[in-house]
Design a protein around this ligand. Sequence first.
Ligand code: CP
Ligand code: NVA
Length: 306
Amino acid sequence: ETSLTGKDLLTLADWKADEIKQILHYAIQLKKEKQPKQLLAGKTLGMIFEKSSTRTRVSFEVGMLQLGGHALHLSSRDIQMGRGESIADTAKVLSRYLDAIMIRTFDHEIVEELALHADIPVINGLTDDYHPCQVLADLMTILEYKSSFAGKKLTYIGDGNNMAHSLMIGSAKVGLDCTIVAPKNYKPKAEIVSKAQEIAKESGAKILVTNDLKEGIQHADIVYTDVWASMGWEDETNERLEAFKDYQVNIESLAGANPDYIFMHCLPAHRGEEVTGEIIDGPHSVVFEEAENRLHVQKALLASVM
Ligand code: CP
Ligand code: NVA
C-alpha cells in the first residue's frame, strides 16, 4: 500500500491507477464495517461551496463525523472569498485551522490556485471541468456490480461536461472502455479527450467520442447520463432541450446495450429530459447505491489523505 497522506485530489489524472484502486478497495472495506473507526478524531475538513449540493455536502459532512472528525460548511456567500478575498490568502489562512479543504466551484483554475497555496490536502468537490469524487464512487459501484473493469464498457450519453471528462479520465486510469455519446456542439473538451487517450495507453482502455447513439450504446455494460444543463448553464436550458432531444436514455435508445447493463446517474436527475422515469426507477438502475457510495469512497479518501 502506498501512503496517500497529504495528497490533493484535483482530477483523477494526477493519481496513479494503483492509488485510485487502493481507495476503491478501502471504500468497499469501510462499507462493510458497521462501527466506523475514529480514524480522524480531532481533525477538521472545511467545505467551500460556490454552487449548490445535496450529496457532496451531506456525504462529506457525515463521513467526517463517522470518522470522529468535524466538517465546516463554508458557503462563498458567507466567507470573505465571496467578497473578493484572494484565493491564495484564503488557502494560507485556512491551512492554519483545518486539516483539509474540499471545494466546489466554477473554474477549475480556482481549485488549482487554492491547492498551490494551501499546506493541507485540497479535494475537488466539482468544477466546471471535473468531478473526481463522483467518479471514485462510480468506479466503486461498477466494481460492486461488474466485479472488474477490464473488458467492460461504459457508455455516457449527453453533455460533454465535468462528468463526461472525469468518467473518461477515471476509466482510462483503471482500464474501463469508455464511449462518450454527445451531440456535435456539446462534445467533451478536445484537450481532455486527448489526455484521457494518452492515459489509456497504459491501461489499454478504449476512450471514444461519437455523436452516433446507436453505435455508441452497442455492448454497453454501464449506461450513464447526466443533466443537459449543468450548474452555471441554466440560461441555456431551452436551447439545450432542443439540442439533446435525440439523446435521451430510454427503452429505445438502450437497444444494443448488454442485457445485464446497469444504469448510472450522478444525480440530481431530470426525469423526462436526459432519462425516462422508467429507466432511472427501473430494475437496471443503481443510482441510489451509487449515491450511497459517495459516503464510503470519500471516507476512504479522507482517511487516506488527512
Ligand atoms: N452528484 C453530486 O455531486 O450531487 P450534489 O450536487 O447534490 O452534491
Ligand atoms: N454536471 C452536473 C453535475 C452535478 C453533480 C453539474 O455540474 O451541475
